[in-house]
Design a protein around this ligand. Structure first.
Ligand code: KG4
Ligand code: ZN
Length: 321
C-alpha cells in the first residue's frame, strides 16, 4: 500500500523454504502457495497501513513477465478486488517496478538517471529520463546475474537461495585468488554475459576436487562474486557518464549484494554521481515497487480490465510501461 511516495505497508509472503529442497523455484508450487496466501497478504497490507478498501484509489498488479501460474493468481485477485470496489486497475510490468522502486521514500530519486536491474531473471541497464518510459541501453545476452550467482552457489555446495549464501561465504575470502573471465570486454560495453564465468567456475571446481574446493571455498566465492558484480558496477557508472546524467540507481535482488553496493558507491563517488540504493526490502521482489510503477502507467478504467490477462513474456524492447 503506497500513498504517493510514502510506503504505508509492504507485505511479502516468502516462499524460499518451500523451494529450498528443490534448489530452485518450482512453478506449480509457487502458484499454489500464492493462491493460499494472496487474500491474507491483501488483508495485512490494508491493516498494516491502517486503511480499508474504501480509502484505496486504485489497485495495481504485476501483469508480466514471470511464471504464468503465479501471475494469474495475482491478476485474478486484483481484478476481483478492483471490480468489487469499483476501482481502476493498473497492470504493471515487473521490471518497470524494479526501476521505479528508487522513486519511493526514503530514497525518493527523480530522473534523469541510469538504472541497473539485476535479478534472478533479468540483468539490464536503462536510461531513465522519465519514469514512464525507461529506455533499454543493454542487457544480458545469456544468464541473468542472479541466475549465475544461484548456480555458482550451488556448485560451491552453498544453500538456496544462492545470493545471500554466496555473499556470506565470500566474507574473509580473497577476491583476487582466482581469475574468472569478465565477458564482453571493458566498462564501455553495455551488454552483459555470465555464461562464461559460470562455466569457468565449473571447471575450476572440477579441477580442485572435493577437498580442494572445500579448502578454497571462501576464495572461490569471493573471486566468483567479484567477476559478476564488478562488470555490473563498471558498466552502470560508465553508462551514466556517457549519457551525461548526474545519478545512478540499482534494483533487483542482486542489488542487495554488499560488494556490488560498495563498488558502485566507490565508482559513483569518484565520478561525482549521486547513487540511489534502495533498502534490501525494496530491492528484492515486493509490492511497493509495483505501486510505484503504477504511478507511471496508464490505469485501465472499471470494468474494462476484466478482459485483460497475465502475460508470461516481456514485450519486445523489454518493458511494457
Ligand atoms: O528480484 P528478485 O528478488 O527476484 C527476481 O525477480 O528474480 O531477485 C532474486 C535474485 C536471486 O538470484 C538471488 O540469489 C539474488 O537475487 N540475490 C542476491 C542477494 N540477495 C538476493 N545476489 C547476491 N547477493 C545477495 N545478497
Ligand atoms: Zn524481480
Amino acid at each position: 500500500m503506497i500513498d504517493g511516495r510514502r510506503v504505508r505497508s509492504n507485505v511479502v509472503a516468502s516462499q524460499a523454504d518451500l523451494h529450498e529442497p528443490f534448489g530452485g523455484v518450482v512453478p506449480e508450487i509457487a502458484a499454489r502457495h500464492h493462491l493460499g496466501t494472496v487474500n491474507g497478504v491483501v488483508d495485512r497490507a490494508l491493516a498494516d497501513a491502517g486503511v480499508s478498501l474504501a480509502d484505496v484509489r486504485a489497485v495495481a498488479v504485476t501483469q508480466r513477465p514471470g511464471l504464468i501460474g503465479a501471475l494469474l493468481v495475482g491478476v485474478a485477485t486484483a481484478k476481483a478486488i478492483a471490480y468489487g470496489a469499483g476501482l481502476p486497475l493498473v497492470m504493471v510490468d515487473h521490471l518497470h517496478g524494479h526501476i521505479c522502486a528508487v522513486w519511493l521514500e526514503p530514497v525518493a530519486m527523480d530522473p534523469p538517471f541510469v538504472s541497473l536491474i539485476a535479478s534472478g531473471g533479468h540483468t539490464r541497464l536503462d536510461l531513465v529520463r522519465d519514469l514512464a518510459t525507461p529506455q533499454l541501453l543493454g542487457q544480458t545476452i545469456d544468464d541473468a546475474a542472479g541466475e549465475a550467482i544461484d548456480k555458482g552457489a550451488r556448485m560451491l555446495g552453498l544453500g538456496y537461495p544462492g545470493g545471500p549464501a554466496l555473499e556470506r561465504a565470500a566474507h574473509g575470502g580473497d577476491r583476487t585468488a582466482f581469475e574468472f573471465p569478465i565477458a564482453l570486454g571493458g566498462p564501455s560495453t553495455r551488454d552483459f554475459s555470465f555464461a562464461g564465468v559460470k562455466t569457468s567456475l565449473l571447471y575450476t571446481v572440477r579441477d580442485l576436487g572435493p577437498d580442494g574446493m572445500e579448502r578454497a571455498r571462501a576464495d572461490l566465492a569471493a573471486s566468483y562474486q567479484e567477476a559478476i558484480v564488478r562488470p555490473l558496477a563498471d558498466r552502470l557508472v560508465h553508462a551514466a557518464r556517457e549519457h551525461e546524467v548526474p545519478a545512478v540507481a540499482i534494483g533487483g535482488g542482486v542489488a542487495a549484494n554488499g560488494r556490488l553496493r560498495e563498488l558502485i558507491r566507490e565508482a559513483g563517488d569518484s565520478a561525482g554521481l549521486a547513487v540511489a540504493m534502495p533498502s534490501m526490502d525494496l530491492c528484492t521482489d515486493n509490492a511497493a515497487m509495483i505501486g510505484a510503477a503504477a504511478q507511471f502507467t496508464e490505469p485501465v478504467a472499471w470494468p474494462d480490465y476484466l478482459a485483460l490477462d497475465a502475460i508470461p513474456s516481456a514485450p519486445p524492447g523489454g518493458i511494457a510501461a
